[in-house]
Design a protein around this ligand. Structure first.
Ligand code: ATP
Length: 140
């Protein structure tokens, strides 16, 4: 079976409260920035590259100590693909997002609204863990 190894990040910014960045993928779902690992890259490098390519955000800082791996199956051209995605936690100080052709829309949402907006359960669980991590670290 074909396998895809991807990496991405729960991207957030702090103003009065913490806001998370969600992207609306061409296929319809709402998720975090992510993409497939390329040759010669480690997963953190992939996550940073994908954030830059997909959102054009600068000033991205990976927060040490958070990592959450999910996996799922999907079908492409009739073939089942097994996909693993490792998510990191990334802070930005930039508000302005400029999307690539891969996404239709983006939104910055607080935790409760982001949980509702995310399409998939494993993405909601990733956000919950990231939120708990930030709170435990005194992030709120
Ligand atoms: P990228 O390569 O940038 O990650 P993509 O659109 O090629 O983007 P996915 O976001 O993985 O790849 O979407 C591929 C298929 O998997 C879509 O049909 C999507 O609905 C489904 N999918 C995406 N995320 C999940 C998930 N967390 N759980 C289950 N299915 C998912």
């Amino acid at each position: 079976m074909a396998r895809e190894i991807s990496a991405g990040a729960v991207v957030f910014k702090r103003n009065k409260d913490i806001k998370f960045l969600l992207l609306n993928y061409e296929s319809g779902h709402w998720d975090f920035p992510k993409g497939n690992v390329e040759k010669g890259e480690d997963k953190r490098e992939t996550a940073i590259r994908e954030i830059r390519e997909e959102t054009s955000l600068k000033n991205i800082k990976i927060i040490e100590g958070f990592e959450n791996k999910i996996s799922y199956f999907y079908k492409r051209e009739g073939k089942t693909i097994y996909k693993e995605v490792t998510f990191y936690l990334a802070e930005t100080t930039t508000d302005t997002v400029s999307l690539s052709y891969e996404h239709r829309d983006y939104v910055w949402l607080n935790y409760q609204d982001a949980i509702k907006k995310l399409t998939y359960k494993n993405a909601k669980e990733t956000l919950k863990k990231a939120w708990e991590f930030l709170n435990a670290a005194g992030g709120q």
